[in-house]
Design a protein around this ligand. Structure first.
Ligand code: SAM
Length: 315
């Protein structure tokens, strides 16, 4: 990737197989400049108990991307813990996987290892999406999944993505569309879903209530952006593809919400000091656990899996 990455003349450090191509901080929430929420502080809590699994949906998207990329180069921007990078690596395509968080990319490597996926075609880089260390017109496809809302100036990231894409290259955006297959399945689980919502609500309410004593309040860092309109104005054309899913899907508290909450992984927890978080979350979870009894961890939420909607913007 030597002629694609902007490495410059100064020596580059490599930490845990990750090229360090920026010295920007992991997290910027104040000041006059652009703000962003890197996930270094969340790390393993982000994907809960699924952090080392290759998800079926991600496998489907990976094969779509690998068809587009062929023998070109794919940039998985804000690759995080590798939900998409790893199945794409399994398809054998050449990848630049970049994120501001080394910790997230360590999990990516562990996810690959546990699934026997080689990362020999993957160049891991610590990079800032607001200033990509990548040459103009050098990559064939970019995905920046679930990250534009974490940046106060998402248009700047889009401009960077456009700049590094080759003419004819694709910016692929993923979103969920309500499953088209209608099902009565969910109604069977109304009671359990209500219990799940109640338990989560009780944990959240008690947590923020307790934190008042420490003078800590929720602040949600997430920026609204009309990605569709912005991309339509920039790109030559858009191709939309819907992959039908509609399968029943169940997530237990212990697999998703709890590890993420306990790992301070929701965006409104960013400002909660870690020691205070630990004391308060332990207390709150213990008391809700006692109230719900042995089955607490297994309380599950049942949904119909949404269809996968792929927007392919062509430069
Ligand atoms: C919600 S996660 C999504 C990860 C992955 N794309 C996925 O879909 O699972 C957002 C990722 O964006 C990264 N991120 C946030 N701000 C960034 C920035 N300025 N430059 C690069 N990555 C950034 C975070 O570190 C985090 O790994």
């Amino acid at each position: 990737m030597k002629n694609i990455l902007r490495i410059g003349n100064k020596p580059i450090t490599i930490e845990n197989n990750i090229l360090q191509l920026t010295d920007s901080p992991n997290l910027v929430t104040t000041g006059d400049g652009d703000k962003y929420i890197g996930y270094e502080h969340i790390g393993g809590a982000y994907s809960g108990n699924r952090k080392y699994v290759i998800g079926e949906r991600d496998g489907i998207v990976a094969s779509y991307i690998s068809d587009i990329v062929g023998d070109g180069v794919f940039l998985d921007l804000a690759c995080g813990d590798g939900a998409l990078t790893v199945p794409c690596a399994k398809c054998g395509i050449r990848i630049i996987a970049g994120d501001i968080s080394n910790g997230m990319m360590m999990i990516l490597q562990e996810r690959a290892k546990r699934n026997n996926v080689s990362l020999e075609n993957v160049t891991l880089c610590r990079m800032n999406a607001l200033n990509l260390p990548i040459e103009d017109e050098s990559v064939d496809c970019v995905v920046a999944n679930s990250m534009l809302h974490l940046i106060s100036n998402p248009q700047k990231v889009l401009d960077e993505i456009y700049r590094v894409l080759k003419t004819g290259g694709s910016f692929v955006c993923l979103s969920d569309a309500p499953a088209r297959k209608n099902s009565i399945y969910i109604s069977e689980y109304e009671k359990e879903n209500a219990e799940y919502r109640r338990a989560v609500g009780e944990i959240y309410d008690a947590y923020w209530e307790e934190l008042k004593a420490y003078d800590v309040y929720a602040k949600r860092y997430s920026w609204k952006f009309d990605r569709e309109s912005a991309c339509k104005a920039m790109f030559r054309e858009v191709e939309i593809k819907v992959i039908e899913r509609g399968m029943p899907y169940t997530e237990r508290l212990v697999d998703g919400f709890l590890p993420r909450f306990e790992g301070r992984g929701f965006s409104d927890q960013v400002d909660v000091p870690s020691k205070i978080h630990k004391v308060v979350s332990d207390k709150v979870v213990a008391s809700v656990r006692e109230k719900y009894g042995k089955t607490f961890e297994n309380i599950a939420y049942h949904v119909i899996e949404e269809d996968i909607c792929i927007y392919r913007y062509k430069k």
